[in-house]
Ligand binder design. Structure first.
Ligand code: C2R
Length: 232
């Protein structure tokens, strides 16, 4: 089993539902990762030890997610020259604006690449980590290209469905104005009209075509379960 190249840290176990989005993306791109809980406030020694030993242990990127006064990513960044990606989590009464500002407003000299709030930010953190690794790994670069093509195709399919729905609604209105306004008349034909999934065009230099964007490149890395970093 390959060693993890991405470390995912979170300030509390309550952040897991958000931070597992980052792990899901790394898994999709076939990237080994480890995941643990560490808090700059509650377990500062663990955070210092984890981040100062990360490079030696083979990590290439660290993702740090925290809510409230989120100092975790900044403290990690203070201890390593590895790229640190921060995910502000919307868990507080301030709905994450506190975490966003604490994570993004780093003083000059100690960068944290701050993502958007919450699950979308965690997902983007996984993709962004893959993009950093892609500079050194052509397989990951190709998987990212396929991911983009599939995402584009999915949006186009949704757009086609929307055209079908609106044109059917318009037709129904003209032929039977009295009944056409009921939602059932508009919703019913949609199932029939959903276009079959097409094969996506392969990205230039991309690997073999995939059936679904959810397909995994590799089995779940063992690092997803227990903590692999140094003990607190
Ligand atoms: P609990 O749910 O455990 O009370 O934590 C966590 O990320 C979590 O969102 C509440 C919130 O506190 C955050 N936390 C931080 C840090 N450690 C924990 N912001 C830190 O070191 O920055």
């Amino acid at each position: 089993m390959a060693k993890p190249v991405v470390g995912i840290l979170m300030g509390s176990d309550s952040d897991l539902p958000v931070m597992q989005e980052a792990g899901a993306m790394l898994q999709e791109f076939g990237i080994e990762y480890e995941m643990t809980i560490a808090s700059a406030h509650r377990t500062p020694k663990k955070v210092l030890e984890y981040s100062s030993s990360a490079e030696k242990r083979g990590l290439k990127v660290i993702i740090a997610g925290a809510g409230w006064a989120a100092h975790l990513a900044g403290v990690v960044a203070s201890q390593t020259t590895l790229p640190v990606i921060g995910v502000p989590i919307d868990s507080s009464a301030l709905k994450g604006i506190d975490a966003l500002l604490s994570t993004v407003q780093m003083p000059g000299g100690v960068p944290v690449a701050t993502m958007s709030l919450g699950k979308a930010g965690a997902k983007n953190a996984g993709i962004f980590a893959a993009q950093i690794l892609a500079a050194m790994d052509v397989k990951i670069a190709n998987r990212l290209k396929v991911y983009k093509v599939e995402m584009e195709r999915e949006v186009e399919e949704k757009a086609k469905r929307l055209v079908t729905i609106t044109s059917m609604a318009a037709t129904a209105k003209v032929s039977a104005p009295a009944k056409a306004s009921t939602p059932a008349r508009v919703a019913a034909p949609v199932k029939v009209a959903v276009p079959a999934r097409e094969e996506e065009p392969a990205a230039e230099g991309a690997p073999a075509k995939k059936k679904s964007r959810r397909r995994r490149w590799k089995k779940k890395p063992s690092g997803a379960a227990p903590a692999q970093g140094p003990a607190a």
